[in-house]
Write a protein that binds this ligand. Structure first.
Ligand code: PGA
Length: 251
């Protein structure tokens, strides 16, 4: 059965105290969300432990926004998948376009990160998406296909049970420009086919594929109504508990 997920990506926002408040506000409203919708909050590393505490006993799950491509050792400033798992987080976002664009995240590094995340029991929210030039050049299907294959084709069908894909067109992230429901749906269907080609029809059918990019309460319903869209990865609107929950209630 394909899971419906609404995941927040707080990015580099909120102090620890503000993050804990936000998490508590999400928990307080989470009962309103249908039981079949999984709620996840993705927070900076510094927030994971206290937010894990704030989420205890609730239905809200916790994610990191990244993890290291090395297991452990002399890698100053890095945070390993094992460390993330030890906070109580059960997910990590990997391959976000901001990581690819600003921090040199390559497909090779993402393979290592994904391996380590899965080995440490974390679910992976794996992000793909084309930039504006690529879309205007008509390359969006190829870009997303290549990004998906380059990383996920190194894994097994069993691994895919712990992977969620997030399609986030770079031109729609934080810009207020959302992909139309049709634009998103055709890419989601393409990603599902890429998954089916390697892992089979059932794995593809069960794969949760999220849309991200200026998703908000006013447009979530139309986006989530598409057959291949199984929820959202929410940036800006996840910083307000009310908006985040309103998006999750758009199913
Ligand atoms: P946005 O970000 O909702 O602020 O556009 C989405 C994301 O980057 O995950």
């Amino acid at each position: 059965m394909r899971k419906k997920i609404v995941a927040g990506n707080w990015k580099m926002n909120t102090t620890v105290a503000e993050g804990v408040e936000l998490a508590k506000a999400v928990v307080a409203k989470s009962a309103e969300v249908p039981a079949d919708v999984t709620l996840i909050v993705g927070t900076p590393f510094t927030h994971l432990c206290p937010v894990a505490e704030a989420l205890k006993g609730s239905k809200v799950e916790l994610s990191a926004e990244n993890c290291a491509d090395k297991e452990k050792g002399a890698y100053t400033g890095e945070v390993s998948a094992a460390m993330v798992a030890s906070t109580g987080a059960s997910w990590t976002i990997l391959g976000h376009s901001e990581r690819r664009q600003y921090y040199g995240e390559t497909d090779e590094k993402l393979v290592e990160k994904t391996k380590l995340a899965l080995a440490n029991g974390l679910g992976v929210i794996f992000c793909v998406g084309e930039n504006l030039d690529e879309r205007e050049a008509g390359k969006h299907f190829d870009v997303v296909t290549d990004q998906t294959k380059a990383v996920l084709y190194n894994f097994t069908a069993e691994d895919m049970a712990k992977v969620v894909i997030a399609y986030e067109p770079v031109w729609a992230i934080g810009t207020g420009k959302t992909a139309t429901a049709e634009q998103a749906e055709e890419i989601h269907a393409c990603i599902r086919k890429v998954v089916a080609d390697k892992f089979g029809a059932q794995v593809a059918e069960d794969m949760t594929i999220l849309y991200g990019g200026s998703c908000k309460p006013s447009n979530a319903k139309e986006i989530f109504a598409q057959p291949d869209i199984d929820g959202g990865l929410i940036g800006g609107a996840a910083l307000k508990a009310e908006d985040f929950i309103a998006i999750a209630m758009s199913y």
